[in-house]
Design a protein around this ligand. Sequence first.
Ligand SMILES: NC(=O)c1ccc[n+]([C@@H]2O[C@H](COP(=O)([O-])OP(=O)(O)OC[C@H]3O[C@@H](n4cnc5c(N)ncnc54)[C@H](O)[C@@H]3O)[C@@H](O)[C@H]2O)c1
Length: 443
Amino acid sequence: MMMMKVESRIANKTFTVGIIGLGYVGLPLLNTFHKAGFPVIGFDTDEEKIKSIHKGKSYIKHFSDEDIEKLSDSDQCKVTKDFKLLEEVDAVLICVPTPLDHHREPDMTYVEETAKTISLYLKKGQLVVLESTTWPGTSDELLTQILEDGSGLKAGSDFYIAYSPEREDPGNSEFDTKSIPKLVGASVYEAREIAVALYSSSIDTVIPVSSSKVAESAKLLENIFRSVNIALVNEMKQVMDAMGIDIHEVVDAAATKPFGFMKFTPGPGLGGHCIPIDPYYLTWKAKEFGLNTRFIELAGEVNNAMPQFVIDKLILALNGYSKSVKGSKILVLGVAYKKDVDDMRESPSFVIMDKLVKLGAIIDYYDPWIPEIPATREHMNWKGVKSIEWEKENIESYDSILIITDHTEINYNELLIWSNCIVDSRNVYSYLRDEEKKKVFKA
Ligand SMILES: NC(=O)c1ccc[n+]([C@@H]2O[C@H](COP(=O)([O-])OP(=O)(O)OC[C@H]3O[C@@H](n4cnc5c(N)ncnc54)[C@H](O)[C@@H]3O)[C@@H](O)[C@H]2O)c1
């Protein structure tokens, strides 16, 4: 009976959806449910984000001001840092960060704080869905415990818990929140049915799985798969380099096989909020069962060594001009962790810049997506540093240009004319004339 009532409220869009955490994941999700016709309430502790939405200004570059205006102008959408409004929502979707702490162990502070806050306002019949990437068991163990303790209500009968991993890929023009298939798992049948009904109303393809733990583990597998395969091509890159073989050509050649091979591209090291972090959530949980995650550790080791590989190539490149790193002016091209995004979390650029500064280099950066380095949890030493302007005299003044992020809008032809020493960690220059080859050093 209860189920039928909820399903009909979802079907006629009188079901209010709350989203906690309006970052790279939460903001597009809020937009997706709003576009589908649901009343939505977005919550964030960051007042700047709330103010920005109220002003119709986007704080995520690939999310336009027009998209934000549609939210700020709508009487179907509220954004707030007043968590009392949680009383008005029928479902609350949690999209807060899940980073690692200084010991590379899961930092669950954001999820815990959010769960405590929700528990203060939790009411009967509400659905709580965790979307943040996390270790298997978080929803059934940690989240359930905090919500039950704080509210005095019982999960599975008074209120419902589900897990639905976010697969957002910022900057990917082929897939958005609506078109990326969504896994939904819950340990209680009714919880899963409500969550599936809710997501199915706004997202093209919803795949139910038998428990939250399966959904949590599937998300980790997806990212571990990426980390391990990136490590494989990064290791292969070092071997091919020693043999004088172009790894990129090798990868492209292998990728012509129409089955049994998936293309991964080597680079300067892992970046972003997911791939360098998420695998260690499983490593941590596996220890509870006396197990080691050797593939994850090995992949981490190989990938974490890539910034040094790039630096070694820079040293060799400068050597060719009888220059040392110490005292050389180096321009780092791109501080975003991947091309065409304004997200610099875990970017290998910072590891490289820190190491080069230690070696006595003078470092500037150019990044059309990040005009100024904002305050972040890490890399506070770079806060407030501004991108240089893309001008001939500026570019010519550097001893070497180090390409770390291959943003599309950079004029690489101009760069090839303006600089005599380019270290290319992204295979931007795949085909060069013989005289051009002398100035480009593959890293
Ligand atoms: N960014 C991605 O591409 C991506 C993709 C898939 C999954 N994920 C996962 O999604 C989750 C969120 O990632 P993100 O990239 O959107 O992070 P983000 O840092 O961009 O956004 C998180 C937001 O949560 C807010 N916040 C923090 N604590 C809060 C609290 N107690 N109450 C309310 N708001 C709070 C922050 O102010 C921020 O706006 C993480 O678990 C991440 O692993 C991210």
